[in-house]
Design a protein around this ligand. Structure first.
Ligand code: NDP
Length: 373
């Protein structure tokens, strides 16, 4: 079985931004060597301070403050300390930065996932995690060189999988899997509408829906993005910036409406999604890229007996069993070579501001990573 392929591409219609992204990419180097059982790593001693991006107050990308003086956290007995190699960037990071999602405490280190090496393991961690283990984890605080994480949120990376493929698909891939398995269980032959189909989540969703045997109608804002999604399994693409009446375009393809809409754009698409779905269909809202869905009167759902849901991955992976279930499903896709992981760009940790500008500026297609150590 071949490991999933990695595509590193910059993607923008803005020439200046394109040149800037190319230059950032040129500064980053990606280790492509596959992991082997014999991989060993010399543990350096743990310093008292570390590199991190700290948010002191809500705001635009400018509130992402890079520092090299952040105290290294001390793990509790049930935690492990991980030296992060790459951190994953997700749209949710912008929600915490802007205050759309409230933070538990301030100052805040954002970022929900990373790959790295265990450098200290608390005595009561239950998952046999040891110094030197190469792991992926999902929780808050990955824009930092070191993170202390409850051991139950940490997964060893299987032999043969590359860091970039694992992190390039981890949170996003599990999101897609939980949405297509639980939020609405997609069946072979279903017709599914996916907004922002060329985004990080979108490109993974197109592939997984195609694998299930669904017809995928995607939306995106440029021709390049539409082409990209078509290359990744979308059956039809609609440029919803050109065709503002995109619901009519959907109905031209499937007059009765789609079985399900996966809507992560929110404010600008939520009403159209309700129109595009068929009688007794489902609309799954799971993101706010254009802003949150406003309060709605549920009586509008009676028009077609529409089911709606606001889904989040975190409520599908609450227990260790659930986390392992979705992790194993995802790793299966990667090991079978069934998922092409697209890394849009790898930014230096100190360039986190630029990464957020590119993501919110709709200049990206695929996963954004931070190179940390
Ligand atoms: P994307 O790479 O998909 O980037 C967001 C995309 O949304 C943009 O590229 C853009 O695509 C589209 N978009 C539409 N309107 C706007 C707007 N006004 N401003 C910015 N972007 C806009 O991001 P991610 O893959 O990281 O996340 C995709 C979505 O999935 C997000 O909403 C995120 O919150 C959600 N998500 C939810 C999870 C959950 O558990 N509920 C977990 C993971 C992600 P285009 O230019 O083609 O319109």
């Amino acid at each position: 079985m071949s490991p999933a392929s990695l595509t590193v591409r910059t993607f923008t219609s803005n020439t200046g931004a394109f040149a800037r992204l190319l230059s950032i990419r040129a500064q980053t180097s990606v280790s492509r060597a596959p992991r082997t059982l014999s991989t060993t790593r010399k543990m350096s001693s743990i310093p008292s301070t570390m590199k991190a991006v700290v948010v002191d107050k809500t705001g635009g990308p400018e509130v992402l403050r890079y520092t090299e003086d952040q105290p290294v956290p001390k793990p509790q007995d049930s935690e492990v300390l991980v030296k992060n190699k790459y951190g994953g960037i997700n749209y949710i990071d912008t929600y915490f930065r802007t205050g759309l999602y409230p933070a538990a405490s301030w100052p805040l280190i954002i970022g929900q996932e990373a790959v790295g090496t265990v450098v200290a393991a608390g005595s009561s961690n239950k998952y046999d995690l040891k110094e030197g283990d190469e792991v992926v984890w999902m929780k808050q605080g990955s824009y930092a060189e070191y993170t202390a994480i409850p051991a139950e949120r940490v997964i060893k990376i299987p032999t043969g999988l590359k860091d970039e493929d694992v992190l390039g698909s981890y949170l996003m891939g599990m999101t897609v899997l939980s949405l297509v398995k639980e939020a609405y269980e997609v069946k072979k032959g279903d017709t599914i509408l996916v907004h922002a189909a060329a985004g990080g989540v979108g490109l993974l969703m197109c592939q997984i829906l195609k694998d299930i045997g669904a017809t995928v109608i995607g939306t995106a804002s440029t021709k390049e993005k539409c082409d990209r999604a078509l290359e990744h399994g979308a059956t039809h693409m609609i440029n919803y910036k050109d065709k503002t009446d995109w619901v009519t375009e959907v109905k031209k393809i499937v007059p009765e409406g789609v079985d399900c809409v996966y809507d992560s754009v929110g404010k600008t698409t939520w009403e159209g999604s309700l129109e595009a779905v068929k009688r007794k269909g489902s609309v799954i809202y799971f993101g706010n890229a254009s802003g949150p869905v406003p309060p709605m009167n549920i009586s509008v759902l009676a028009k077609k007996n529409t089911k709606i849901m606001r889904a989040t991955l975190m409520q599908y992976v609450v227990t260790r069993e659930e986390l392992e279930h979705y992790t194993n499903l995802l790793f299966g896709y990667l090991k079978d070579g069934k998922l092409k992981v697209n890394i849009h760009n790898i930014y230096d940790l100190k360039d986190a501001q630029q990464a957020h500008k590119d993501l919110e500026g709709r200049l990206t297609s695929g996963k954004l990573l931070l190179k940390i150590s």
